[in-house]
Structure formats: C-alpha cells, structure tokens
Design a protein. Structure first.
Length: 420
C-alpha cells in the first residue's frame, strides 16, 4: 500500500526477447563465403549466366556495329541503278514495244543520268542455239542466252573487259554482226583468245566476238549471255514482244536514282507514262532496319535460352547446397535465426552468383564486340544502357533462380535438421 491508500502494481520483468537481426554487412559476407566455399562448383554454376549475359551484350553490340556498316555494304553502283520495265497497254497487249527509238537519248538528257540503254532477251526459233562452229551441237540446250541491247546497256553495266572491247553506237547504227560475251559463256564455247577473230553462231548467223567480259558491276547475268546489237536482233528475230518485253537499264549519279525513277516514264512518253514502270534502288535505311530487327530477334532468343539454362543451373546448385547444409541451417535456426533470415541468406548467395556471372558476361561481351570490330576494321558500337543493365539482369536471374531453394531452406525445422 502507498501513503495515499493506493495499491502499487508490481513491475513486469524488464527482460524482453531480443529479435534476431541479419545486418546487410553480415548478409554480404555470408553470401560471399557461401560462393567461395566451393569455387569450382560456383564457377560452373555461373557459367550459364556468363554465357547468357555475354551473348546478350555481344549481340546488342555486334548488331549496332554491323548496322552502322550496312550502308557501306550496299554497293554504290546498285544504289545508282534504275530499271524501267515496259508494262505496255493493258487494254491492247499485242502492241509493240512502248520504248521510242530515241529512248536512250531521252533518258541520258536528264540531269543525273550517266548511261542508259534498252535490252531484251532474243526469242530464238525452235532448234536455234549458240555454237562456236557452223555445225555441231548447241551449248545453250534450248535456253535463251542471247540478249539484244543498245550500246548504252553495256556502258551502264560497267563491265570489266578480259579481252577486246564492247560495241558502240557505230556498230548499232550499222547493224554490224558483232557480239560481246561473258567469260562464262566464252569458257563454254571454248573461246580463249580474240587474236584469231573467233565467231559464234546464233542459229545459222555468224557474229564476230569483239569482247570478252570478265565481270560487270550491274546486271551479272550478262556474264552467261551473248550480247548483240539491238538493230541486228530486230533484223534477224524481230523486236521485243509480250513474252519477252524490253527493259531499260539506267546508271545514275549518286543520290539521283529516286529522282530519275520518277522522271523516266514522263521523259520516255509524256502522253503515256503509265506504259512504263520505273524500279528505283531499295531504301538502305528500311533494309538496314529490317536486317537489324531480324538479327536482334534471332540472337536475343539465343541469349534468353542461355539465361534460362543459367537460371536452372543456379537453382539446381542452390537446392543441392540447401540439402548439403541442412545441419548448418538447423544450427542457425536453433541459435535464433528466423525463416526469413535463412531465405535471405540463400537468396543472397544465388544473387551473388547471378551478379558475378553478369559482370563476367558483360566484360566478355564487350571484349567480343571490340575484337570483332578491330578484326574487321570497324568502329565498335556498344550501348551504355546494355552494359549497365546486363549485370542487373544477371542479378535478377540469380534471385529468381534462388526463390524455390530459399523457400525450401526456410521450412527446415531446427530439431529435425540437428538430428541428421
């Protein structure tokens, strides 16, 4: 009793159960110790993540590097090539060629055009072919390999001559029976030199070979063809028809191809521009974007597969570690560690493996990009975002892989663990 008559309440015991804690510093040291306890196994476990992250960084870097080089991969001569097709009058398909006689001069008058010419495949009669002698078997085996062309076609094709020369406007205007053949056709005909003035026979008509072309920068099918002046072809086999329509090959200055493709139909026939279809070169930006997207989708899928393999490896190793360290887990629980502490410990170990794999994989990926670029004499392009996020992806992979083993570890009862 107190002096005021009030009863004093007894004090409760001052002792309070101190909640166990797991400091971040202790957590980090335990995770590092768990990883270094079996370095060989840890290295093999992190290998899948290393491969996945390394592939991820290398793919992003290589695709960015190669994308910057795709424009240079475009042949400049291909980007300066325009083809005009004779689509004719859809209401009267039996009309002759829509190209005027002075088609080449009309197109060459346009600003930005270097060379232009009309060509078409010669429709040989049944049994006609190309031979190197007046009699004997044909080497074409009923395949059409004779091309009628104006002199501008050969100039636009930018040929590299192995021997001789190409025919010009004089041969065309005079209807000279001359021919220019590709190196492939010359080999099939057995023509190795022009010093003997060899001839080829198209059907029964002889043509003097004045040039052998070893390479062309446009229209590579000329290398397996016999090219003759268009005037000679018209005299012997007629002009182009519905089954073998004429086309025009145009070489332009760099940057003028799109404009020339728009202007060519009007220049050829202002009254009927719809009879012609101009085909400009492909847009390099659109093609580059398509190529880059395809590469990214393909190789990022491979990187994802590697990451899945790495996650499975980390999950498997962490689960095995839980089974092997059951006694340790039971001792920790007996000393006051709670289930969440055990979960955090094993999550930290699996996350450390993932982060380590991410760091090593990022380094290897960057080294791969720089090495490939140096070997190809390119400028390496590596996005900083990819380098910064790759280790974080490795860490996330490790944490996800350790969720189930860590949860299993937290369920182990101390008494049951200590009895093992």
């Amino acid at each position: 009793m107190t002096s005021g008559g009030r009863r004093r309440r007894p004090r409760r015991a001052a002792s309070r159960v101190e909640l166990s804690r797991f400091a971040p510093r202790d957590l980090l040291s335990e995770a590092v110790a768990g990883v270094l306890q079996r370095p060989g196994r840890s290295a093999l476990t992190a290998l899948g993540t290393v491969l996945g992250i390394g592939t991820f960084v290398a793919i992003l870097g290589l695709t960015a590097t190669t994308s910057s080089q795709i424009d240079s991969r475009f042949n400049k001569l291909t980007a300066t090539e325009v083809t005009v097709e004779d689509v004719g009058d859809p209401e009267d398909p039996l009309t002759g060629t829509s190209f005027p006689d002075d088609a080449a001069s009309r197109i060459e008058a346009l600003n930005g055009v270097e060379h232009a010419g009309v060509y078409w495949p010669v429709a040989l009669a049944e049994g006609e072919g190309v031979r190197s002698a007046p009699v004997g078997a044909s080497v074409t085996e009923n395949e059409t390999q004779v091309v009628a062309a104006s002199s501008g076609v050969l100039r636009a094709a930018a040929p590299t001559l192995q021997q001789g020369r190409i025919f010009d406007s004089y041969h065309e205007q005079s209807a000279e029976p001359v021919a220019v053949i590709g190196s492939g056709m010359a080999a099939r005909l057995g023509i190795t030199t022009l010093s003997t003035q060899p001839a080829v026979f198209i059907g029964d008509r002889p043509f003097t070979v004045i040039g052998i072309v070893s390479d062309v920068q446009r229209k590579p099918d000329l290398l397996l063809s016999v090219v003759i002046p268009s005037t000679v072809a018209e005299d012997g086999w007629g002009g182009p028809g519905a089954e073998a329509p004429a086309k025009m090959l145009i070489s332009t200055a760099l940057g003028a191809a799109t404009q020339i493709a728009d202007e060519a139909p009007l220049a050829l026939d202002p009254a009927r521009p719809g009879h012609f279809k101009a085909v400009p070169p492909p847009d390099p930006k659109a093609l580059r974007s398509t190529v880059s997207d395809d590469l990214n989708q393909l190789f990022l899928l491979l990187a994802a597969i590697c990451l899945v393999i790495g996650a499975v490896g980390i999950a498997n190793t962490t689960l095995v570690a839980v089974l092997e360290r059951t006694g340790e887990i039971g001792l920790r629980r007996a000393l006051g560690a709670r289930g969440r502490h055990i979960t955090t410990q094993f999550l930290a170990e699996s996350g450390a493996l993932g982060a380590l794999g991410g760091l090593v994989g990022t380094s290897l990926g960057v080294i791969t990009v720089v090495s490939v670029a140096a070997a190809r004499e390119w400028t390496p392009v590596v996005h900083p975002v990819a380098v910064l996020t790759a280790p974080a992806i490795g860490l996330a992979t490790g944490l996800l892989a350790g969720l189930y083993p860590s949860w299993r570890a937290s369920l182990i009862e101390p008494a049951e663990a200590l009895r093992r």
